[in-house]
Design a protein around this ligand. Sequence first.
Ligand SMILES: Cc1cc2nc3c(=O)[nH]c(=O)nc-3n(C[C@H](O)[C@H](O)[C@H](O)COP(=O)(O)OP(=O)(O)OC[C@H]3O[C@@H](n4cnc5c(N)ncnc54)[C@H](O)[C@@H]3O)c2cc1C
Ligand code: SF4
Length: 475
Amino acid sequence: MGDPKGFLKIGRKPVPKRPVEERLNDYRYVYKGFPEEELKEQAARCMDCGVPFCNVGCPLGNLIPDWNDLVYKEHWKQAIDRLHATNNFPEFTGMLCPAPCEAACVLAINDDPVTIKEIELQIINRAFEEGWVVPKPPPPEIRTGKKVAVVGSGPAGLAAAQQLNWAGHTVTVFEKSDRIGGLLMYGIPDFKIEKWVVERRVGIMKQEGIEFRPNTHVGYDITAEELQRDHDAVVLAVGALAGRDLPVPGRELDGIHLAMDYLGQQNRRVAGLPVEEAEITAKGKNVIILGGGDTSADCLGNANREGCASVRVITHGPKPPDSPDPLEWPDWPFVLHTYPAHEEGGEREFSVGVKGFSGSGGRVEKINLVETERTEDGKTLHKEGTEFEMDADLVLLAIGFTGPVRDRLLEDLNLDFGERGAIASPEGFATSVPGVFVAGDARLGADLIVTAIAEGRKAARQVDQHLMGRSLLPG
Ligand SMILES: Cc1cc2nc3c(=O)[nH]c(=O)nc-3n(C[C@H](O)[C@H](O)[C@H](O)COP(=O)(O)OP(=O)(O)OC[C@H]3O[C@@H](n4cnc5c(N)ncnc54)[C@H](O)[C@@H]3O)c2cc1C
Ligand code: SF4
């Protein structure tokens, strides 16, 4: 522990952000980070409490107290080595993770937790600046001659690919989109992660010997049979991208879209790439976003940057409490999550349900709403007689996902599916089809970057064991 009394003397500081007026005019990363001295102070707040719940709260098992101490002592090289030991991509989690570790920090019992996520980000940023993050191709003599196909290039697929390549297998990553990264590339906005960050990591992985095949929709461009014939094992990391729809009257009107269709187009516009489908834009429009999670906040940030006329975020459940119930520690608390996007404009409405949409000329003009109430058994009911409407030129459905898209690949593999629509894996990460494994959102249902990376690592270990009879990979 750097400073045994640090937590008594130093308070948690919020990570500085760029001013709202500035960031609304661009799509660059929102946070500015701490100057080095302040970061060291924040690291000194770690109590090294002996039973690091943060370490268990992190799905990757990141060795948090170790690197807090190393940052305090300015041993940055050791800090990144300790961080990379458990996390392939700390720059992704450092920017995007909701930090369940911080909810589990022992200091959070009666104070504010250590700023773990920001310390993680600044360790990896420093490592890139110093030139310490370099490709580590496996030595030729450990090449096993086994071929593994990873389908999907999101964080789960990337983590599985890197681990399996390091174990000596020949790995090809197939991706149906034109760019590698899964939701990191198409879905999550640039103001949360600029895309050069993803490309930098993919570049390193290419130099390590992994082959990437974008624009390859497995099941169509390559059949499931060919994939299995040409590889010794297959990892499905296809995500859970089937968006939940809202079957209410008027849903067929133009101007009502699944959030992902809008977010993907925004990523393309920001990158200066052409959009092939009919354009979905918030510019000058009265925008309604349905749903209150990450996807909704990402739509909000984009709509404000595009210059919408107005934007409202509507959630059918009641407003969560502002601060956690202390009895919830060390679990992820049920609280109102406020993201930087919520500071940038727009209204948030809670306990509002949707009855339908109306419009003219085939286009949506109004959303028909009703107040809701939550019953004791957790059901959300419409309160009759409280109907009202709002203007709506663009409606974005950000109300969740129902599991992996059931495309031809999944059909032809004849897989089993679980209750949440995810691909079933009766034994760890192995599906019901021999030699076919699954990791990430495709196995868990829509989740987080950190869990996807953890899944990719663990699945890689099981694949390695399947191919070699044993594995030295962690996981
Ligand atoms: C809008 C949005 C914002 C989010 N923000 C955050 C956040 O801030 N923090 C956080 O922790 N989590 C966030 N999440 C969740 C997080 O992005 C996901 O949990 C994570 O990306 C899942 O990783 P994955 O590798 O399992 O799948 P994905 O990232 O979904 O990648 C799956 C990939 O598989 C490809 N694919 C599918 N089928 C095929 C096929 N047949 N052939 C070839 N390729 C195929 C897809 O094109 C896709 O690129 C967000 C999710 C969304 C939707
Ligand atoms: S990956 Fe997420 S949970 Fe793990 S240490 Fe980093 S911020 Fe915390």
